[in-house]
Ligand binder design. Structure first.
Ligand SMILES: [Zn+2]
Ligand SMILES: [Zn+2]
Length: 212
């Protein structure tokens, strides 16, 4: 008997629709019941020609034939070959390169910015500390600019660092911060140059002597 079918389910007798029998008792019932229908002819099972069953029982037999599974497994396996009309090609991906094996240090944005012409900003600190930080930043960028300038003036550098001291920076500080800069004393010549670049309008042009 097929394991997937509920043995406690009542099913209709193939000989008499008035007989509702538990599935697990059907075989016994059929032996008795078929005696009332001696004229029914024997037919072959679809799954095994050696199975000869009375015609009314054929459907019941097909549902429970022990050879059904063997046949169905082969049929579905053969069908399976043709089912996939558009198979996915297995691409040969080169696997020589493994980034796990590379010994590259972790990227540290803080360290990276320290050596670049990037204005850093201190977010969480007291006003005095932030002010001190700004001053240090100005000094650091001034030094970087001075280094870049001396490099570009000397040998033809491969790094191609832009000479920022003569270029106008591509940022504009808010008015409040510009005033702050004016309050503070410049730390170096490079710093002064940068200040002029930031706020060119405020640059002091010495007056010409009136007498000519
Ligand atoms: Zn019956
Ligand atoms: Zn059979």
């Amino acid at each position: 008997m097929n394991l997937e079918l509920d043995p406690e389910e009542k099913i209709m007798c193939p000989y008499n629709p008035a007989h509702y029998i538990l599935r697990k008792r059907m075989n016994t019932h059929l032996v008795k019941c078929k005696k009332n229908y001696p004229e029914s002819k024997l037919v072959e099972c679809d799954f095994n020609i050696l199975h000869k069953v009375p015609e009314p029982e054929l459907r019941y037999h097909h549902d429970n034939c022990p050879d059904r599974k063997k046949i169905e497994v082969t049929v579905y396996q053969e069908e399976g070959v043709d089912i996939n009309k558009y198979p996915i090609k297995s691409e040969a991906v080169p696997t020589e390169e493994s980034w796990d094996d590379l010994n590259v240090p972790t990227y540290d944005p803080k360290k990276h910015c320290e050596t670049k012409n990037v204005i850093r900003h201190l977010d969480v600190a007291s006003a005095a500390k932030r002010r001190e930080f700004r001053m240090q930043e100005r000094k650091r960028i001034g030094l970087l600019n001075a280094n870049a300038e001396s490099k570009s003036n000397g040998e033809t550098s491969k790094e191609n660092i832009p000479n920022t001291s003569t270029q106008k920076p591509n940022f504009v500080l808010p008015a409040r911060q510009q005033n702050r800069i004016d309050e503070e004393v410049p730390q170096s010549v490079a710093d002064l140059v940068q200040r002029l670049a930031i706020d060119a309008k405020k640059a002091v042009i010495p007056k010409r002597k009136a007498a000519n």
